[in-house]
Design a protein around this ligand. Structure first.
Ligand code: GLY
Ligand code: MN
Ligand code: MN
Length: 463
């Protein structure tokens, strides 16, 4: 948790941006796993954490801008809660620690909201991504779930995005800690990556590191020899010499900030020439991208430049052909990298994606492309100092996609389809780092960059 003044200042800035009406920030509740008392690990809503700091269930923050009042709605622990779940400082004390001095029982929220509606006050709320909060808002505002989801406040959404995108010093400290845990996870994965070891054992071990040093993983671990399946959560395979293991994993630290790194390594550290060639193109793409990062450049442009490096690198290997500018304009490199170069990172691994991916990553000036590959870029707009982003280019050989393009003659002026047959068992290589945009460039969120050259990776595996 940050200082009381941090939360007070953030709410002041939010009030200034919205101007009038009432803001209702919904905390999360416990979610049953297979019966009510056996719950998923509780995770507070990230915007609630940002503005109201408290990480326990069943809390609501109301900001009455017109009367300059702030309220925390929540119930003090009962003796039964204390017997089963343990004690906590009173809600009043916890509320004061984030600068909110009035605590009211949850049962009174309905009355306050109904009175506000009656007086014609606008109630701003964010789009609820959990059914529980959709239902609660539906009852409070007397609307159907469809109406609740549709009528969330665009003004509030945009204001929250503006504030949360610019990371404060105190947040960067937490992100560095999340980065450190992610670093330990990946070094462990590299050292375990030997023939005969199961993907499951490595995935389980590194997820344990996330839990041991932080709260949990920041997203379900992707760890597989089938790196061409982009969000592959299957860990059923045994590692074999000659294959690659792609690990995309990160941690959420105890203050709920995320890290998100990817490394792809040859099992046992023994690389084939094909793997070395593709690795070095992806390495050039990530380094070129990072070198370009600075305020005012758009991430859309950097994504395109990463595509250029990939297309030209593959041309040197005889896998692509033709004019690079034409290939870029037609989206040919997307055959090998059908995802975006990166995304905002913060309290969420895909920061604020609940508020709308396009609202976070684009604006009136920079529109989302509709072209395959480019359209998957989650964050395309102009960079600003203190944005935190992932940089994650990759090259994948997805047999079904290659076959589809070949049969449908898509971008056949730029792709040597017949040469790609030799790569159908290759898998994919992705490399991912997390960076903070500075005044004139960027720096890594966590100061120790994970081993990334083949020499560095081999040395780590063998140490
Ligand atoms: N969570 C996967 C990624 O964005 O890297
Ligand atoms: Mn990742
Ligand atoms: Mn990522």
């Amino acid at each position: 948790m940050f200082t009381k003044e941090t939360y007070i200042r953030r709410r002041e800035e939010l009030k200034k941006k919205i101007g009038s009406g009432m803001i209702l920030l919904m905390g999360n509740g416990e979610a049953p796993l297979n019966y009510p008392n056996n719950t998923y690990t509780f995770r507070q809503d990230s915007s609630f954490l940002y503005f109201a700091g408290l990480d326990t269930p069943d809390l609501y923050c109301v900001i009455d801008i017109d009367h300059n009042n702030e309220y925390l709605f929540g119930d003090e622990l009962t003796i039964d809660d204390i017997i089963w779940m343990g004690n906590l400082p009173s809600l009043k004390e916890r509320s004061e620690s984030v600068g909110i001095n009035t605590v009211l029982p949850v049962a009174e929220l309905n009355g306050m909201v109904k009175a506000a509606l009656k007086s014609g006050k606008k109630i701003h709320y964010l789009k609820p991504y959990r059914y529980r909060n959709q239902l609660i808002l539906g009852e409070l505002l007397n609307k159907t779930i469809t109406e609740i989801v549709a009528n969330h406040s665009l003004e509030l959404t945009k204001s929250v995005i503006d504030l949360r995108l610019i990371k404060e010093d105190c947040e960067l400290v937490e992100m560095e800690l999340a980065g450190e845990i992610g670093y330990r996870m990946h070094i462990t994965a590299m050292k375990m990556c030997k023939p005969g070891v199961s993907e499951r054992e490595i995935a389980g071990t590194i997820e344990g590191i996330a839990i041991a040093y932080g709260n949990r993983v920041s997203f379900p671990t992707i760890l597989s020899q089938n790196g061409q399946i982009l969000h592959n959560h299957n860990h059923e395979n045994i590692l074999h010499r000659g294959r690659l293991m792609l690990t995309d994993a990160g941690a959420e630290n105890t203050s709920y900030y995320a890290s998100d790194f990817t490394r792809t390594i040859a099992v046992g550290g023994v690389y084939t020439q094909k793997q070395i060639d593709i690795h070095n193109i992806v390495l050039k793409a990530i380094n070129t991208s990072i070198d370009m990062i600075r305020p005012e450049i758009t991430y859309q442009k950097i994504h395109r430049e990463a595509y250029r490096v990939i297309f030209e690198g593959l041309k040197d290997l005889g896998l692509t052909k033709g004019d690079t500018e034409d290939a870029l304009a037609n989206g040919a490199p997307a055959l090998f990298m059908p995802h975006g170069l990166g995304h905002a990172l913060g309290l969420d691994v895909h920061d604020m994606e609940d508020l709308g991916e396009t609202l976070v990553g684009y604006d009136d000036e920079i529109q989302r492309s509709t072209l395959f590959g480019y359209k998957s870029l989650r964050f395309g707009k102009k960079l600003k100092e203190r944005h935190v982003l992932t940089v994650e280019p990759g090259i994948y050989f997805i047999p079904q996609l290659i076959e589809k393009w070949k049969q449908e003659n898509i971008n056949s002026d730029f792709i040597n389809f017949n040469k790609l047959k030799d790569y159908y068992n290759f898998g994919g290589i992705r490399l991912e780092d997390d960076v903070v945009v500075t005044k004139d460039s960027c720096f890594p969120v966590y100061c120790n960059r994970l081993p990334i050259t083949i020499d560095e990776i081999v040395e780590t595996i063998q140490s």
